[in-house]
Every structure is written in structure tokens, then in C-alpha cells.
Design a protein. Structure first.
Length: 907
């Protein structure tokens, strides 16, 4: 048993609250009705609690049936006991007799902490004390009467080190000396233990190969030289192959805890034999033995399989070899569960909309347990928190919600008996990573689990488009600075900009793609923004989704309903447009003809589709890129469309200036792949700008009274030079395909405009600076470079830096139009040649092998379905165009065939 009375302060919130590193409850042995989840708070409060002594309620390892018998014998409402789970080793169960009968709550024990009901406790005593004196376990029910075990239970395991050990930096390992004593809190797997060191009073992980049991519970068989307590299956197989035919070793069984596995190399194949413990004897092959030595001696003489006996034991190595083996097995995260991780990687997390700062954490998905753990870094084993997906729902987060921060989504752990719920906002560094996480997490969440049709490779896609148009007769006294928030099932997902006036106009359009199937309504809340106080929700409207489903284009005025009953009823009205699209995505093979047509057909047909689709241009470009990226042929479509644009353009000054398929593809491709380049180029410099207290304002009309313009200029030149140097140094992190495309651009424009030497530089800078780096400088939140909104002074500095960089990249000095910027011209003159060299070096890639690129594009069917859906939406226009452009006829025919196929699936 774990050390239930270990020292350390526990910090809960008030009843019904939770701790800072709160997590959700795990399901019990069979049922788990715990019904509280709460909003996470950052401030921790220590509350004294009283728990009965542990010997009055802890029963050790105990089955469900026996636990229920003991509670029924007690017969009192509020009776309880805590036991170690028989069905899941290392977990505990709180068994409780309540008003409605017996209930079992699982307590997850992870690295010395105990998780139940959205709360984290450092000991079981604190957990029992909390539900005894501070909070309800069930509605209006607390723990009252502990049921003692028939006899006291002390199943703590104590071990002593027989070898010293030095920890690896930034890990949860413990350094220790020979003779140090530890109390085992958790067995982590692969030989790793989470312990508390008694000499230094610290917790951490150690390897059991370096310790021996103190309390005499060690099995003599486990001291034999060929018994390997911590070796993995893979390492065992490798050692046997090195030792040769007939070599053998014994290790603990993974599939049957408490038993052993005998590994033997027979004719180049490793055979495994289970050895079961039955009392004081071992059972194998229909025979009973007194110990491992008896088994080994028998099968050294008799054939264990036909023509093979045991020959050579593979013994544990020297101390040096043992240390090497331990180092190799310490891979983190969640040491001991390396083979059970369904997904891992860094995400930003924010546990509440009220919390301003995002934290970068390393996330690990344990799909089998439906748990999402997060820790400080990939070397750690102890989670900072845990999200139980058994009780969590997935919802999208629009880029607008956090002020143009992309690649976000949210997990909401919802209680069944209360309206309290905990929100986890998560954010990935790029769209590919976000989509990968979303796809992996959805099957484990309550509201996004696959349906029967989806399990047959058929997917349903629901898209809700909401356009917040304008409002009328808004009371400016209560709403001087109104903005709107859109929510799905009362979960907030996007927001408009702040406007002013009695009749504010937003015209903000939100496309919420792939929303959960349980969305019954959506609401628009009108709020008032205040710089000094908390923003207030003033009024709202709610629209049932069924109302939008029944019309092609929902467009209505709604009377706003005041949220405060004391407010006068007239709060104005709001105009909303909406569209609900329920699409069926067929199996990928059904789109094979369309895929072939896109990849190997006439790309000018795609250009015609792009020119027709208006508001669908970005979805078309994204889908095309993902299809080509999946085939590792993105360079084909990018180069082809860029060359087409260059061929039809007459003037250098307007090249790639308008919105075209080429520019849209390049914009989207850079957003998908160049996040690391942007981060390496800009993040540290931008953070220095945010930390600076000195203004960089150069415009005399904007200077504050008494401002020192010379100091401003010097500070601005410092930051401008800092950003420039950082960009030049980051050239190696620019994606190779993007660099290849830049090289293609240079060669194409140089061949067309032979006499214009600067066009080679400006065609590349137009994408790298104008469309990528400068937008990231102006709005660093949209590229996840910062977590907080910059101050007004910092925003102005960023804007000036972007303006100067763009001129430098265009090799153009400032003129009379912006005379206050002329002080930057000497800097531009000095760095023009460096900029030319930088862009030439960045573009110096004549070929690229895309076959070696790692691409996480899994949902090709969805991208093909997007292309088909847009084709079907514009089928009339495509048919008309095909009369003069015959190559379009095949695209029209394929679209019609796919529409027929889809109708059959839908019926």
C-alpha cells in the first residue's frame, strides 16, 4: 500500500472547488456516479481536515463482493471503506453505502498522488478527511462511519538500496546512496517504482533492480541470476538471440501480474511459457514445482519443446551493465507505460478563460484508460494534471475566441448532477498538430464517439456557419462597448470584435467545422467590454439548430433577452444569419477517381473552381494542399500555380499582389509548415519588445509631451536590428519545400523579366516577409508566439518594426510620404545587400526530395469530400463553363457520380 500518511500540505478550494492541478474522476470497478466537476482555480487555500485513523477504514487488497458484504454488515447510511482494487493493480476504491445503496468510486494512484472527483490529494487520509468534513461525496451525502477491517492491515512495501544511483537532470528520478530506505508508493511498470526516500524525505522514481525488499516479502526465486525484474520483452528477445540456441531467462509476466514468464530461444524463435504461482508452489506445463530452480533443472534434462532443452542461462549483468540498462528504460514520459501511449507531444493549456497565461505542457494520451495526462516536459513521469476523457466533451474553439489565436480546442469535463464543469483550453503550435490531436482525442470523448456508420469508415461532418450581422436600438448606457460571443450548448466558442453605438455592425462570420452531433442549440450573448472591470454578459438569444436545418439560408432579427431580471426589457435586437450543413464523408476509395483527377489531371480546372467558389476559396486551397501533401507532392501544385500566375502577369509591381489560387495556396502552406521558422525568427525578439519600457514612437504627431525622440529612435533601431539578425540566423529552420518553391520563383521571374535585377529578391520577400513574417510581428498571438495581448506601446513598436522590415525586404527606402521614418534609411542602406544574400541563400535549393518528409495527413477522405462538396455547390456554373472548356467535363461528371453515391449512403 502507498504511504497514506506522508507529510505535505494539501490545498483544496472551498467545498465544491478543486485544486490547482485538478483532474477528473476515474470510473469505478463497474459504476461511478460521482457527480461533481468544478472550475479550476489557480490560487491554493489550505483547509484543515479531520479523518479517522487509517486503521479504521483501510482494508488492503479486497474484492468488490467482500467489500459490499462488510458494508451491508455495518448497515448504516454513510458507512465506507477504502480498498486496493483487485481488478486494477495500483488503483484504489472508495466503497460507500449511501441513501440509494452501494457505490464504488475508483481512486487513481499516480506517482504518489490520488485522484478522485476532479480533485488531487497527496494522501488517502486527506481524501477521506475532505469527504468527511469539507465536501459532499454524493448530493448531500458525506462519509460518516468508517468500517474497520477484521484485523489491522499494513501492506506498505519498504525497500533498501544495494547500489547507489545518480539521477538524470530534469527527470523525476531520485539520487541515493547504498543503504537508503524507501517506502513504495506506486509500481509504475517496467521495473520502475515511485517511492518516498526516508533519509531525505523526497518523492521520486527509482528502479527496483537497485533495491531489495526490507520486509521479507521478496520471493527467493527473484534473487536468481537469470531472473530479470525490469527487462522489457524487446530487450529479453535481443539478449537471447545474442546468447544463442537454448538460452533462457525469466521475467515478471506483463499479462498476468504476480506470475512469471520463461523466455527460451528455440530455432531462432523465442518461445514464452507462463509460470503461475499457486500458494508456495509454481505451476507450469501441467506440473507443480517447488521453485524456479526445480523448473530449470527439469527442462535442462527434458525437452521443453520438441528437440530443445534449456542450455544457457542469460544472467543479470554487472553493475555497470545494470546502470546502462536502467538508463535505456528511463525514457519518459509516464515511465513504465511507454508501450501504452496513444499520442504524446507539447500543447499549450489554459484551465479557465479567466486565467490569462497559457502554459506549455507535455501531454500524453493513455487511450486504454481514457486519460490525458500533462507534465512539465517529456522527461518527467509525474503528471501536473490529468483529464479523464470518460467524462469529457470535445468542443471547437474559433480563432477569434482568444484574439486571433489559432489551432485551439477545448475539453469540458461535465458533472451529471450539477451544472459545474471544468474547462481545459488546449492549443497546438500548428494546424497539422492540432488536427492530429483532435482526431486522436475525439473517439474517447463523450460527445464525439464514433457511431456505427463511422465505425464502417463512413463519417458524418456537421458544419454550422454563424454570421453576427448587426444590432438595433442597443442601450448604450449598459452597452457602450458591445461585442458578441457565440456558444454551442452553452459552451463559448467564438466572439466578435468590440464595436460602439446604438446600431453596431459586426458582420463577423464564423465557420464552425465538424461540430459534435449533440448540438441542439446555439446562443449569441451580447457583452460589454470594460478596461477597468470584468466584462459583463448583458443579454442573449438562443436559436434551436433545428430551425436552421429547415432552411437553406437562415436570416432573422431576434429580440435580445436581458440576462439580469432587474434590467429593463428593451435591450435591442440582433440580426443573425446561419447555415447548417450535414455532410456524409464516404470511405476514401469512393473518391479515388476525384483524387486521380486532382493529382494527375489538368490543374487549370482547379483554378476555374477556385475562381467560382468565392467564400469557399480558403477551404478549397486547404483541401488541395492536404491532398497533395498526403502524396508528398505539394511542390507540384505550388510550383504549377505560381508559374501560371507569373506567366499571365505583365507588370512586376502587381505580381502576387491580388488574392489568387497561387497566393492562397502559398499563404496556407506557410501557415501549415513554417511555424518553427517563424518562432525561431521572431519569438525571442518579440518578447524583448514586450518587456521593453522605452517607446519607439517616431511620428511627431503621436509623441507624448516631453518625449525624447532620439532615445525612441535608438531603441527602435536596437529592436529592428535584433529582429533582422534573428531572422537571418533562423534560415536553417525554414521548411525545405518552401525554400525550393522560393528558388523556383526566383528562376521563373528572372527568366521573364531579364532586365529587372531586383525582381528575384522581391518575389521571395513578398511571401516570406509580406505574407509570413511581417503579419506574425504585427499579430504575434495569431502565430502562438506570445500568450498575452501586447500593450499599446508594444503593439506600436511591433507595427513600426514590421513596416521597416517590409521596406528593407523590398529594398526600398522611406520617402516624403512617411518622412518620420526616414531616420531608418541608413539602416536600410547598410542591410540591403545582406537582405539580398539572405533571400538568395534561402532560395538556393534547386531540388528537394519530398519522399522523406514526415507528414501527418490522415483524413484524406475529408479533404476530397470538401472538394466534392464545393464542386456540387457550383455544379451549374461548372456545367456552363464546361461548354467552352471541355477539360472541365470530367470534373463535372465525377462530381455527379459522387453525389449519386452519397445519396445511396444517406438512404
Amino acid at each position: 500500500m502507498a504511504d497514506h500518511n506522508k507529510s505535505g500540505a494539501w490545498s483544496p478550494t472551498s467545498p465544491g472547488g478543486t485544486t490547482d492541478d485538478s483532474v477528473t474522476m476515474e470510473i469505478g470497478d463497474e459504476d461511478d456516479p460521482l457527480s461533481e466537476t468544478q472550475e479550476c482555480v489557480e490560487e491554493l487555500v489550505t483547509i484543515p481536515m479531520t479523518a479517522p485513523p487509517e486503521n479504521q477504514w483501510y482494508h488492503g487488497r479486497l474484492g468488490r463482493q467482500t467489500a459490499e458484504e462488510r458494508l451491508r454488515s455495518a448497515g448504516e447510511i454513510g458507512s465506507y471503506l477504502v480498498r486496493e482494487s483487485e481488478s486494477k493493480s495500483g488503483s484504489y476504491v472508495l466503497s460507500y453505502l449511501g441513501k440509494n445503496g452501494l457505490t464504488h468510486f475508483r481512486i487513481s494512484a499516480i506517482c504518489g498522488d490520488y485522484y478522485i472527483g476532479g480533485r488531487r490529494f497527496e494522501t488517502l487520509c486527506l481524501l477521506v478527511g475532505y469527504y468527511t468534513s469539507q465536501s459532499y461525496l454524493l448530493k448531500e451525502e458525506q462519509l460518516k462511519l468508517p468500517v474497520p477491517p477484521p484485523e489491522p492491515v499494513d501492506d506498505r512495501r519498504r525497500v533498501i538500496a544495494h547500489l547507489p544511483f545518480s539521477k538524470m537532470p530534469e527527470t523525476d528520478e531520485l539520487s541515493f546512496e547504498k543503504g537508503d530506505v524507501f517506502v513504495v508508493l506506486n509500481e509504475m511498470g517496467d521495473g520502475w517504482l515511485w517511492v518516498k526516500a526516508q533519509r531525505v524525505d523526497k518523492e521520486g522514481q527509482i528502479h527496483e533492480a537497485l533495491v531489495e525488499d526490507l520486509n521479507g516479502s521478496i520471493d527467493p526465486d527473484e534473487t536468481l541470476p537469470y531472473f530479470h525484474p525490469g527487462i522489457t520483452k524487446e530487450d529479453a528477445v535481443e539478449k537471447l538471440r545474442e546468447a544463442g540456441q537454448g538460452s533462457f531467462l525469466v521475467r515478471p509476466s506483463e499479462n498476468s501480474p504476480g506470475n512469471y514468464s520463461l523466455f527460451v530461444l528455440c530455432d531462432k524463435t523465442v518461445q514464452r511459457f507462463r509460470i503461475e504461482k499457486e500458494g508456495r508452489q509454481l505451476f507450469m506445463g501441467g506440473r507443480y514445482f517447488d521453485g524456479l530452480e526445480a523448473i530449470i533443472e527439469r527442462y535442462k534434462k527434458e525437452e521443453i519443446v520438441e528437440s530443445f532443452t534449456l542450455v544457457t542461462p542469460v544472467c543479470k549483468g554487472s553493475a555497470e551493465h545494470l546502470y546502462d540498462s536502467i538508463r535505456q528504460s528511463s525514457r519518459g514520459p509516464i515511465t513504465g507505460r511507454g508501450q501504452k501511449l496513444d499520442m504524446q507531444g507539447y500543447l499549450f493549456i489554459k484551465k479557465s478563460q479567466k486565467v490569462k497565461k497559457w502554459k506549455s505542457m507535455f501531454f500524453v494520451l493513455l487511450g486504454h484508460d481514457r486519460q490525458l495526462c500533462f507534465m512539465e516536459n517529456e522527461k518527467r513521469s509525474k503528471p501536473k494534471g490529468l483529464i479523464d476523457l470518460t467524462y469529457s466533451s470535445f468542443y471547437p474553439v474559433h480563432d477569434s475566441f482568444f484574439g486571433s489565436r489559432p489551432n485551439c480546442f477545448q475539453l469540458i469535463t461535465i458533472a451529471s448532477a450539477t451544472n459545474h464543469y471544468q474547462i481545459y483550453y488546449l492549443c497546438a503550435e500548428n494546424s497539422d498538430f492540432a488536427q492530429t490531436w483532435i482526431k486522436v482525442l475525439k473517439p474517447y470523448c463523450v460527445n464525439t464517439q464514433p457511431t456505427r456508420s463511422q465505425s464502417r469508415s463512413l463519417k458524418e461532418l456537421r458544419t454550422l456557419t454563424v454570421e453576427v450581422c448587426d444590432a438595433r436600438s442597443i442601450p448604450t448606457k449598459t452597452l457602450p462597448h458591445p461585442y458578441c460571443v457565440v456558444s454551442l450548448n452553452n459552451v463559448r466558442v467564438c466572439r466578435t470584435q468590440v464595436e460602439e453605438g446604438t446600431n453596431p455592425m459586426w458582420d463577423d462570420k464564423f465557420i464552425l467545422d465538424d461540430i459534435p452531433c449533440d448540438i441542439e442549440d446555439f446562443s449569441i450573448i451580447i457583452c460589454n467590454h470594460s478596461r477597468r472591470t470584468k466584462d459583463q454578459d448583458i443579454a442573449n438569444i438562443t436559436i434551436p439548430v433545428v430551425d436552421v436545418k429547415d432552411t437553406d439560408c437562415y436570416d432573422k432579427w431576434h429580440t435580445l433577452q436581458a440576462l439580469n431580471p432587474t434590467m429593463r426589457s428593451d435591450t435591442g435586437s440582433l440580426r443573425i444569419r446561419a447555415r447548417y450543413l450535414h455532410e456524409i464523408i464516404m470511405p476514401e476509395d469512393k473518391y479515388s477517381t476525384l483524387k486521380e483527377l486532382i493529382l494527375n489531371g489538368d490543374l487549370s480546372n482547379i483554378l476555374e473552381l477556385f475562381n467560382l467558389c468565392g467564400n469557399d476559396r480558403i477551404p478549397v486551397a486547404k483541401a488541395l494542399l492536404q491532398i497533395f501533401r498526403h502524396e508528398k507532392q505539394e511542390k507540384v501544385i505550388l510550383k504549377t500555380m505560381n508559374d501560371f500566375e507569373i506567366a499571365r502577369e505583365e507588370e512586376v509591381s502587381t505580381l502576387f499582389r491580388s488574392t489568387s489560387l497561387a497566393t492562397t495556396l502559398m499563404d496556407q502552406y506557410m501557415k501549415m509548415t513554417a511555424t518553427q521558422f517563424v518562432s525561431n525568427s521572431l519569438q525571442e525578439s518579440i518578447l524583448r519588445i514586450l518587456d521593453s519600457k522605452q517607446s519607439c514612437e517616431l511620428n511627431p504627431t503621436l509623441l507624448e509631451s516631453g518625449a525624447d525622440i532620439a532615445a525612441n529612435r535608438d531603441n527602435f533601431l536596437y529592436h529592428l536590428n535584433d529582429v533582422t539578425e534573428s531572422i537571418i540566423k533562423a534560415i536553417g529552420s525554414c521548411p525545405v519545400v518552401l525554400r525550393f518553391i522560393c528558388g523556383c520563383l526566383q528562376r521563373s521571374v528572372a527568366a521573364k523579366w531579364i532586365n529587372d535585377e531586383s525582381v528575384r529578391t522581391r518575389v521571395v520577400s513578398g511571401f516570406i516577409f509580406l505574407r509570413l513574417l511581417c503579419p506574425a510581428i504585427i499579430n504575434p498571438k495569431s502565430f502562438n508566439l506570445i500568450s498575452e495581448t501586447p500593450t499599446e506601446m508594444a503593439s506600436r513598436t511591433l507595427k513600426l518594426v514590421a513596416k521597416a522590415l517590409q521596406n528593407l525586404a523590398n529594398l526600398v527606402e522611406f520617402g516624403a510620404k512617411e518622412s518620420f521614418m526616414e531616420v531608418i534609411n541608413p539602416f536600410i542602406k547598410r542591410n540591403k545587400e545582406r537582405m539580398v544574400v539572405f533571400l538568395d541563400e534561402l532560395s538556393n535549393m534547386s531540388e528537394v526530395d519530398t519522399s522523406r518528409l514526415q507528414v501527418n495527413i490522415n483524413d484524406v477522405a475529408r479533404n476530397l469530400a470538401t472538394i466534392h462538396q464545393i464542386c456540387a455547390s457550383h455544379l451549374i456554373e461548372l456545367r456552363k463553363l464546361s461548354e467552352s472548356k471541355t477539360s472541365l467535363r470530367k470534373l463535372v461528371a465525377v462530381s455527379e457520380i459522387l453525389s449519386d453515391h452519397k445519396k445511396r449512403y444517406m438512404t
